[in-house]
Design a protein around this ligand. Structure first.
Ligand code: ADE
Length: 230
């Protein structure tokens, strides 16, 4: 069993990387892929970079070159639904690209020629991630459901309200998850994702974003991965 652990930003992955034993790095497609042992498991860890294209490229390399058995994404997201607060944890049950719109050829949000807008995550690994999050971070609120992705950092109350109106069941927004979900569906590869809520996707979203990732989200990711694999 070879497990891929992925984040968008280096800071999100930092604490996971420092837990890897006997790690060796390899450059592929301009990214560093770290192979080694993590809590007794064979892992490949990589920083995908930000956005859906970078995410899709990373997922493809993991599937084709590293032949991983599962991809687990850890990182941060902006809270959208009421009650999804900073510091909470969201485990995605499905993903959708909120900036996909090929209407009138296809319904808004539908991925053309896939016949669907929503891409599910793997139920078994999502359940394991949720259990790991509960165990590692018992004080944090845990939410499970739809997470939406787009090539835009959502940083205004008006923008997040528009997303909530269009997609009332969306829990959180980020910039990579739906791309991983689509590529993993293409390859028949199990995929699950956990995100710490770093902001409320409003006018203050960018405030101490970097510091939150370094001080909180990175530790959350490492603790959840430890509880999952350890
Ligand atoms: N990731 C974390 N916060 C985000 C936001 N507000 N918009 C998009 N991606 C995010």
């Amino acid at each position: 069993m070879r497990v891929a652990i992925v984040s968008a930003m280096r800071e999100e992955l930092a604490a996971v990387l420092s837990d890897i034993e006997h790690g060796t790095a390899e450059q592929v497609a301009g990214r560093e892929f770290w192979r080694g042992r993590l809590h007794g498991h064979e892992v490949v860890a990589v920083q995908a970079r930000i956005g859906k294209v970078a995410a899709a490229a990373t997922a493809t390399v993991l599937a084709e070159r590293y032949q991983v058995d599962v991809i687990l994404f850890t990182g941060v997201a902006g809270g959208l639904a009421e009650g999804v607060c900073r510091g909470d944890v969201v485990v995605a049950s499905e993903f959708l690209q909120h900036d996909m719109d090929a209407s009138p050829l296809f319904p808004r949000f539908e991925a053309p020629l896939y016949g669907r807008a929503r891409f599910p995550t793997d139920p078994h690994w999502s359940e394991r991630l949720a259990q790991a999050a509960r165990q590692a971070l018992p004080q944090a609120g845990l939410h499970r459901g739809l997470v939406i992705s787009g090539d835009r950092f959502v940083a205004s109350a008006a923008d997040s309200r528009a997303l909530r109106d269009a997609l009332p069941d969306a829990l959180a927004v980020e910039m990579e998850g739906a791309a991983f979900a689509q590529v993993c569906l293409d390859y028949g590869l199990p995929y699950a994702a956990v995100r710490t809520v770093s902001d409320r996707a409003d006018d203050t979203a960018h405030g101490d974003f970097q510091r939150f990732i370094e001080e909180t989200a990175s530790r959350h990711s490492a603790a959840i991965v430890r509880a999952l694999l350890g």
